[in-house]
Design a protein around this ligand. Structure first.
Ligand SMILES: Cc1cc2nc3c(=O)[nH]c(=O)nc-3n(C[C@H](O)[C@H](O)[C@H](O)COP(=O)(O)OP(=O)(O)OC[C@H]3O[C@@H](n4cnc5c(N)ncnc54)[C@H](O)[C@@H]3O)c2cc1C
Length: 516
């Protein structure tokens, strides 16, 4: 038995792999995504979670990237108002660092470069009067306040995966691509199912290497790959502390070393502080925060907050590796954040496209650019379509989030306000479908913190969750609250309930080659 021939095989189920899969499947291509671990288990769940233009990239003259990213903020906000929402940033003015006039010019560009319509523009704050000033040291009197957006990064990945699958894409998690070669004008991939240990083969007309920080390791597994370009791996870490301030705006602080860090309201009762920029070598799967990074982040935030932050306040941390294109810059923070696409393959050969760099913010545009580059090999694909189409559950007015929650509470009063809010934040309009006809007993025995079996079942069946970690750290952030006993109970429930991974449909070998 041989598998179907896919138009497109994608290595990596991060934001770029899943974003391309959604776009490609919606254009009528048959798509396979192979992800060696869980969706978003790489860099795409370790970001600062901002849909942003990147104010500081203006200093590096990255105007193309900033313009595209600023424009994407509102496109994505409209497409996924459940998991993306506007966030105001307070930038306290510090006389010793960048001068006020330079910041004003930067913010003027930021307000106007990307065609902003939904988000409010910049204003100046008097920190003596504004409540945000209460948490800062007395020497900060003035601040600038501007707009960007927040995103639940790992859910953005899963919603793209869901949309891709709804358009017919095959997504395989815990499935590693262990080898790839060109054979009779096609790509032939060897896949390893990491749960069962079974190996299989599949074929595709075009191959995308979206393995993020693992992309060079993947290139080594591809026969006759020319190579030449290199990745620059830059580690970034965050710390999470208990809530440091009681308003819903974020702070952006400039450090003496020229870097900036954010302090962002996080998951209701926490504050997220990050990030660092440190060159990284080794296996990205082993990345973790160092004591030096924890001290750096505590110290940098303590320069601004009235109450100093110390390492013993840190309740959790996470680190990720930026898979940047090595543009030869000596300073990690100056290396380009823009995406770079490298196409390999002579005319008539099955193409390989490798993705370097990029941002969560620009994933949708990256997907469009990738597919246009592959059009000569896949001429039957449809036109671009994702700019105006909501992601699953995102089909509601971004200004009416409270109305969506009220609707859910009305349809299922037993949920209560808190759970209904979390469900709408996670699933948008799909929360109504998930809870339709829910029996009262379904809300009697939570695993903890209002996580009930009905939601876990939904995640197992519809969102490729396979473990407690997938659910507690990527489909949600309930891991911040769960005790070890609660985690163990959830894990044993999952082991009993999880469905077998769905395989690919198989076809008989003869005459079936072009049936896909
Ligand atoms: C600290 C930090 C902060 C950031 N903050 C922001 C931000 O605020 N806003 C923003 O827009 N961007 C931000 N970024 C950038 C953004 O997170 C990344 O550009 C993006 O997540 C990269 O996605 P990806 O899909 O390319 O890679 P990944 O998410 O790493 O996905 C690659 C996937 O490939 C899989 N894989 C690897 N090898 C194989 C194989 N052989 N077979 C099958 N699968 C394989 C991996 O398991 C992984 O899941 C940040 C990055 C970092 C590190």
């Amino acid at each position: 038995m041989q598998s179907l021939i896919h138009d497109l095989a994608i290595i990596g189920g991060g934001i770029n792999g899943c974003g391309i899969a959604r776009d490609a499947a919606g254009r009528g291509l048959s798509v396979l995504v192979a992800e060696r671990d869980d969706l978003a288990s790489g860099t795409s769940s370790a970001s600062t979670k901002l849909i942003h233009g990147g104010l500081r990239y203006l200093e590096y003259y990255e105007f193309r990237l900033v313009r595209e990213a600023l424009h994407e903020r509102e496109v994505l906000l409209r497409a996924a108002p459940h998991i993306i929402w506007p966030l105001r940033f307070i930038l306290p003015h510090h006389r010793g660092l960048r001068p006020g006039w330079l910041i004003r010019i930067g913010l003027f560009l930021y307000d106007h470069l990307g065609g902003r319509r939904m988000l409010p523009g910049t204003r100046v704050l008097n920190l003596r009067k504004d409540p945000a000033g209460r948490f800062l040291r007395d020497d900060f009197r003035r601040a600038f306040e501007y707009s960007d957006c927040w995103v639940i990064d790992s859910r953005l990945v899963v919603l793209n995966a869901r949309a891709a699958a709804d358009h017919g894409a095959v997504l395989k998690t815990r499935c590693e691509v262990i080898a790839a070669k060109r054979e009779a004008g096609l790509w032939e991939l060897r896949l390893l199912d990491r749960e069962s240990g079974e190996e299989s083969t599949t074929r595709a007309r075009a191959l995308i290497n979206a393995a993020g920080p693992w992309l060079e390791g993947v290139l080594k597994r591809i026969d006759n790959h020319g190579g030449g370009e290199h990745i620059r791996m830059v580690k970034g870490s965050h710390i999470i502390v208990r809530q440091l301030f009681d308003h819903d705006r974020a702070y952006i602080f400039q450090n003496a070393d020229g870097r900036i860090i954010f302090a962002i309201p996080y998951e209701g009762s926490f504050t997220l502080i990050g990030t660092t920029d440190v060159d990284f070598q080794g296996d990205p799967a082993t990345v973790s925060i160092s004591r030096g990074e924890i001290d750096y982040l505590c110290q940098a935030a303590s320069e601004y907050f009235l109450a100093p932050i110390t390492a013993d306040q840190v309740v959790s941390t996470f680190s990720g590796v930026r898979p940047l294109f090595d543009d030869g810059k000596s300073d990690a923070k100056a290396a380009t954040r823009d995406y770079v696409l490298k196409l390999d393959g002579r005319a008539g050969e099955a193409p390989l496209l490798t993705l370097y760099g990029g941002k969560i913010t620009t994933y949708r545009r990256l997907a469009e650019t990738v597919l246009e580059r592959l059009r000569p090999a896949l001429p039957d694909m449809g036109p671009a379509w994702t700019a105006e189409t909501p992601l699953p559950g995102g089909d509601f007015d971004p200004d009416n989030f409270p109305g969506e929650v009220a609707k859910l509470v009305q349809s299922c009063p037993a949920l209560g306000q808190n759970l209904a809010t979390r469900l709408v934040r996670s699933y948008g309009t799909l929360a109504g479908k998930m809870t339709a006809g829910l029996a009262a007993e379904a809300l009697e025995r939570p695993f903890g913190h209002e996580l009930y079996p009905f939601e876990v079942d939904y995640l197992l069946e519809n969102e490729w969750a396979r473990s407690a970690e997938d659910i507690l750290w990527r489909r949600s952030k309930l891991g911040l609250l769960f005790s070890p006993d609660q985690i163990a109970a959830l894990a044993s429930y999952i082991d009993r309930k999880k469905p077998p991974q769905r395989g690919e449909p198989l076809l008989p070998p003869e005459g079936a080659a072009d049936a896909a």
